[in-house]
Write a protein that binds this ligand. Structure first.
Ligand code: MN
Ligand code: MN
Length: 302
């Protein structure tokens, strides 16, 4: 990997880490969720980055993929846990990081399980470490603390303008899982812990989309073509949300209709809100690493 690429990854990581810390101070009962999303995204831009995906604020049994829709009236609750997941890119070089805030001290154990799993995994990963050894370590740490890992969520390789570049590092042990941490690659490591079943399932709501990787030529209305062209030029293959497109289609209902239609015909991939199958509370911590020939850099640590 070239030095300029490492520098851009480090810059994205620095911005992400700073905004993550600011977000931790912002999360308090009664605060509108949309205020957190918009502040995080604005701060990323002010610090010289671009959001690599919409700021995710996932509360309690929601594991991931919630971002405020236009006009969101939801508030941070009085009880439970709040996960803030932040993505930053500099020229397509991505940092992906997440933290969990406990709204009362009794959730600290749940937070510790995911936080310690992440710290132990980061100490353990060296160039060449097999993915499955990291999966096993993450699962062991979380179970020993009395919680379950969410087995169908986990770390992933990251590419330029690609938040999920194809490889996965699940949060539970799979003895035949292939793959290892290779020099020159970027990965996100993200343990999720829960007091529920340990499975995330799709909810009906969709707030996050991305341009589909395999697109067929389809007949589209002019308004659909126009929106798709804006998405392709602004976000390439990175995820986006309706809040970011209200300058293109002013009528919210029409914007939602077009997004729904584009995902139905396969032009967009949708990322439904993920909820814990046993309605358990979910904690998550995440850092991004760059694997070099002889060392591993954590780009999103302060
Ligand atoms: Mn993330
Ligand atoms: Mn991630």
């Amino acid at each position: 990997m070239e030095q300029v690429e490492v520098e851009k990854l480090l810059r994205a990581g620095e911005i992400a880490a700073r905004v993550r810390e600011e977000a931790e101070r912002l999360v308090k009962p009664g605060v509108p969720v949309i205020e957190i999303c918009e502040t995080v995204e604005r701060r990323i831009r002010e610090l010289g980055g671009e959001p690599a995906f919409p700021c995710n604020v996932s509360i309690n049994q929601v594991a991931a993929h919630y971002t405020s829709p236009i006009g969101d009236e939801s508030l941070i609750p009085d009880e439970g846990v709040v996960k803030v997941d932040i993505g930053v890119h500099v020229d397509g070089y991505i940092a992906d990081t997440a933290t969990t805030i406990a709204l009362s001290p009794r959730y600290e154990g749940l937070l510790d399980a995911a936080r310690e799993a992440l710290e132990r995994a980061l100490e353990f990963i060296k160039p060449g470490t097999p993915f499955k050894a990291v999966s096993r370590l993450i699962e062991d740490v979380i179970r020993r603390k009395g919680y379950r890992p969410i087995g169908n969520l986990g770390g992933h390789s990251i590419g330029r303008y690609r938040i999920h570049a194809g490889e996965s590092i699940p949060n539970s042990y799979e003895p035949f899982l292939p793959g290892s941490f290779k020099p020159g690659r970027v990965y996100a490591i993200e343990p999720f812990a829960t007091n529920g079943k340990g499975v995330a399932v799709d909810a009906p709501e969709v707030y996050i989309y991305a341009l589909s990787q395999s697109r067929l030529r389809r007949r589209m209305k002019d308004a659909e073509k126009k929106l798709l062209a804006v998405i392709a030029s602004r976000y390439r293959t990175l995820p986006f949300t309706e809040r970011w497109l209200s300058d293109v289609v002013g009528d919210v209902e029409q914007l939602r209709r077009i997004l729904k239609r584009l995902s139905k015909i396969g032009m967009l991939t949708s990322y439904p809100v993920l909820v814990e199958a046993g309605r358990g509370l979910v904690s998550q911590f995440e850092h991004t690493i760059v694997v070099l020939e002889k060392e591993v850099l954590v780009t999103t640590r302060r």
